[in-house]
Design a protein around this ligand. Structure first.
Ligand code: DGI
Ligand code: FE
Ligand code: FE
Ligand code: FE
Length: 189
C-alpha cells in the first residue's frame, strides 16, 4: 500500500489530534533517518503507522492481540492502552499490508521500548516523544537536541523521565520499560 493511501485510511481511523501527532512522528522520524543515514521512507512509514491501533476500543485491542496469539500480561490487562503497540504491529501487517519485519518490530516496541533496540526502533521511540506537537514532557528542549546527536543517550533520558513520570502517578510499570531503562542507563551522562 502506498504512503498516501495509508494516510487516507489512517485519517479515518484516528481522531484529529492523533492524526496530527502521527504526521509529526512521520516527519520527525524522516528527519532522524536523515541525521543517522537510515532509509528515510522506511522510517516515515513506521512513524506513520506507529499509533494505528491507538483509537480502537480497549476490548478490541485485547481481542486483536488474543486472536494473534500475543500473550497478554497482567500489567497490560490493567493498562490496556499499552497494547496499542502490539495490536498496531498486527494491524500494520494485516490491514496496511506492511511486510517489513523491522517496521513491524519498531511499532511493537514503541511504547515500552526494550533492551538493545535497533536504529529504527530508536528513531520511532524518540520521534514519538519529540515530535513538534508534544509539549508536556520535561526538558523537551534538551531531549530534542540530543536526539540528533546520540540515539542511545537520548533513549536513556526519555526512559528515565518516563519511569519517573510513571512512579509519580503510581501507574503500574511494564517490566519491559524497566528492562529497557536498565539497558540504556549506561548511556546517561
Ligand atoms: O501513543 P503515544 O501517546 O503517542 O505514546 P506511547 O505509545 O509512547 O505511550 C506513551 C505513554 O505510555 C506515556 O503516558 C507513558 C506510558 N508508558 C510507557 N511505559 C509504560 C507506560 N505506562 C505504563 N502503565 N507502564 C509502562 O511501563
Ligand atoms: Fe503510541
Ligand atoms: Fe513512545
Ligand atoms: Fe505516538
Amino acid at each position: 500500500m502506498e504512503l498516501t493511501e495509508i494516510r487516507k485510511k489512517l485519517k479515518k481511523e484516528l481522531d484529529k489530534d492523533r492524526y496530527e501527532h502521527t504526521k509529526g512522528v512521520m516527519y520527525t522520524a524522516g528527519c532522524l533517518a536523515m541525521a543517522y543515514e537510515y532509509p528515510i521512507e522506511k522510517a516515515m512509514l513506521a512513524g506513520l503507522l506507529h499509533d494505528c491501533a491507538k483509537c480502537i476500543p480497549n476490548d478490541e485491542k485485547i481481542s486483536i492481540c488474543r486472536e494473534n496469539h500475543v500473550i497478554i500480561s497482567n500489567v497490560e490487562l490493567e493498562n490496556p492502552y499499552l497494547l496499542h503497540a502490539k495490536a498496531g504491529a498486527i494491524l500494520a501487517e494485516k490491514k496496511y499490508e506492511v511486510t517489513d519485519p523491522l517496521i513491524l518490530h519498531a511499532i511493537r516496541v514503541h511504547t515500552t521500548g526494550e533492551p538493545d533496540m535497533n536504529t529504527l526502533d530508536k528513531i520511532i521511540y524518540i520521534a514519538d516523544y519529540i515530535e513538534p506537537k508534544r509539549d508536556k514532557a520535561p526538558h523537551l528542549e534538551y531531549i530534542r537536541k540530543i536526539a540528533f546527536e546520540d540515539l542511545d543517550h537520548c533513549m536513556a533520558e526519555i526512559l528515565y523521565d518516563t519511569l519517573h513520570f510513571l512512579k509519580g502517578k503510581k501507574g503500574s510499570i511494564d517490566p519491559t520499560t524497566e528492562l529497557a531503562y536498565q539497558f540504556y542507563k549506561r548511556f546517561e551522562e
